[in-house]
Design a protein around this ligand. Structure first.
Ligand code: ZN
Ligand code: ZN
Length: 632
């Protein structure tokens, strides 16, 4: 249908040698590369000619470019390929790169490889097209295969390709390949390139190798906002949210102004840490920088205030937000649940419908959680049937977990166990742990043993399940079984997860571990703890050694208990904060039963309100009682 005349082809080829014309359509030729790539490859070319000033014809490469862009399948690409070849436009690198990209896009491996081999000339863009294109469609094997060829060709890989393959390693958690790429980067002396280095930092961080990520990060001279944000997020993800906040302060000292993404990252980090003063400072910054509380940032702030113990501030933000989606509503409901305010959580459900927001499965998890954590057994069961009958949400393992918690709280352990045995959805650790919690509260040793066995079967390498089972045996005096479990743990090289408590005092966050003597004020802390214990004993506190795992003598057990990180932290809180002020702490594991009793007594004897966020929930100790009602 298209007849070509030799002389016009020649004429046009001559025209094409003019660079300014050639790059006038460069933007459309680029295979969806990111902006950084477009800039670094072509920033020095003249792009002044407007494509609109000339009419495109079938001899114009732009004609083929737009035709290629409009291709929807492989069958449409092949005739164009032939026409480009016949038109003599095969030496137009941009056009051929686009053609190459289209083959990659439709995963036509043979066609892509053949074309690549036939190309009269390749620039780094052709390699990038192949590597980036395969990465984009998820064909990682081909992506790495071409990358390997690229390296073998001896050419220096560019600042698009290296971050691209590094990101693939990040997304597939392929640390081995990621490390290899790092070596290639070093070999080509590219380790000072911001794009490349930032991608490596991100890769190491997402693979959980935080120390290597940090080393690279510290070596970077030009750290952009994205890299800071990656590092801040990485620390929060690996459980060191304190370092996230330290880095965030350092970032500001470097005069790097946070954007919304970095604000959300640091808000999430602060939520993890539960540091109230920091939360307020961050919120002030959000206001000062006029970041609007859109759905994402607003919802993150609600979560932060709630997890820092400020449920009222969380609600204030919630009411202030102009736009709220189902996640914002669910977060607010979860916040009430967290604080044991189940009634308020339930009140939000009809309000939600009024605002034409349909609750989803997460909303119902939050609602059921709120009911179970507030002891609203009847209400919880009602929500469970409402969810299925009115909203057609099929219960999953998370909903069942809340229900087990609910039944467990009411002492209906057998009913909970039967429900688990009869349910069709796959059982997980959370579900069994909920039942185990109930067994612990109601001292049902037989059932606890069954549950622990299920937990160990699901997670044979998680030390806490063994510790729990050994604990149960120890309580029964079954020392033979205790010894067996310990031997098993040694065999598997399993160690107990160490417990940590963080406390915000004197403008900083202080971290304590069990029997920790590293704090600079440890002498005063121990003195305070000693006098405190005497006061508490006079008040009626008796150390509950049931929670100590070792079969050691009673005196040692008590000494062990007194070294718990919560006790050290609260003693420090008492000496380092003003009289009557609120003490806020965060614990990485569940607070132990003895520390729970201890803190209740402290709140009465010292007349202090104490907020403790542990791995499970929020405890608000006041005048000798806790908001959790001793069920957690
Ligand atoms: Zn404890
Ligand atoms: Zn409590």
């Amino acid at each position: 249908m298209i007849k070509l005349k030799n002389h016009t082809t020649k004429l046009f080829s001559a025209n094409l040698s003019n660079k300014s014309h050639k790059f006038s359509y460069v933007a459309s030729a680029l295979p969806n590369l990111d902006e950084g790539q477009a800039n670094c490859q072509f920033h020095d070319h003249n792009t002044s000619t407007s494509p609109g000033t000339q009419e495109t014809s079938f001899l114009d490469p732009r004609f083929y470019l737009s035709s290629l862009i409009n291709c929807n399948n492989l069958q449409q690409i092949k005739p164009l390929h032939a026409q480009i070849f016949v038109s003599g436009l095969f030496d137009d690198l941009i056009l051929v790169n686009k053609l190459l990209y289209m083959y990659v896009r439709y995963n036509a491996l043979d066609d892509a490889y053949n074309l690549f081999d036939e190309m009269p000339e390749r620039n780094p863009v052709s390699w990038s097209v192949m590597i980036g294109g395969f990465a984009k469609i998820g064909n990682y094997a081909s992506c790495f295969e071409v990358f390997r060829e690229y390296i073998r060709s001896g050419e220096q890989p560019d600042v698009y390709t290296l971050p691209c393959v590094t990101r693939v390693c990040r997304d597939t958690q392929d640390l081995k390949r990621g490390t290899l790429i790092h070596q290639i980067v070093l070999k080509f002396g590219l380790c000072m390139n911001t794009f490349i280095c930032a991608a490596l930092v991100d890769m190491y961080a997402k693979c959980g190798i935080i120390d290597d990520a940090r080393k690279l990060f510290d070596l970077m001279i030009d750290k952009d906002l994205t890299t800071w944000t990656v590092m801040i997020g990485a620390y929060a993800a690996c459980g060191n949210a304190n370092e996230s906040l330290v880095l965030f302060d350092q970032m500001k000292e470097h005069n790097i102004v946070p954007d919304k993404i970095s604000m959300v990252t640091v808000v999430n980090a602060c939520a993890k840490l539960g540091a109230m003063n920091k939360a307020e400072a961050i919120y002030d910054l959000i206001k000062r920088q006029y970041h609007s509380l859109d759905v994402i940032l607003g919802t993150a702030v609600i979560d932060m205030f709630s997890k820092c113990g400020r449920i009222d501030s969380a609600r204030e933000i919630f009411d202030k937000m102009r736009e709220k989606n189902v996640i914002s509503w669910s977060t607010m409901i979860a916040a009430y649940g967290y604080h044991g305010e189940g009634k308020k959580a339930l009140e939000l459900l009809p309000l939600m419908s009024k605002n034409r927001i349909t609750p989803n499965r997460i909303t119902f998890v939050s609602l059921l959680y709120a009911c179970s954590h507030s002891g609203l057994v009847e209400e919880g069961l009602r929500v469970f049937s409402l969810m299925q009958e009115q909203y057609f949400v099929k219960p999953d393992v998370k909903h069942y977990t809340c229900l087990v918690d609910l039944l467990g709280r009411a002492g209906k352990l057998d009913q909970a166990f039967n429900m688990i045995e009869n349910m069709t959805v796959e059982k997980d650790v959370g579900l069994w742990s909920a039942l185990l919690g109930a067994c612990r509260i109601y001292k049902n040793v037989d059932l606890a043993q069954k549950v622990s066995e299920n937990l160990i079967e699901l997670q044979p390498n998680n030390p806490s399940h063994y510790v729990m089972l050994s604990n149960i045996y120890a309580k029964e005096g079954k020392w033979e079984n205790v010894a067996k479990i310990r031997a098993l743990m040694t065999n598997k090289n399993l160690k107990k997860t160490p417990g940590f408590t963080w406390i915000e005092a004197r403008n900083g966050v202080h971290k304590f571990s069990s029997n920790d003597h590293s704090h600079s004020e440890i002498k005063s802390i121990n003195e305070k703890l000693e006098s405190l214990i005497q006061k508490l004993e006079a008040y009626g506190y008796v150390a509950d050694t049931e929670f100590v795992l070792h079969d050691v003598n009673e005196e040692l057990k008590v000494a062990n208990l007194y070294g718990h990180s919560e006790k050290l932290a609260v003693a420090y809180g008492l000496i380092s904060t003003p009289d009557k002020s609120v003490i806020r702490m965060t614990k990485n594991l569940r607070v132990c039963g003895d520390c729970h009793t201890f803190l209740k007594c402290v709140s009465a004897v010292e007349q202090r309100e104490i907020f403790v966020r542990d791995a499970k929930r929020f405890h608000h100790f006041r005048e000798g009682v806790c908001s959790c009602g001793d069920y957690w």
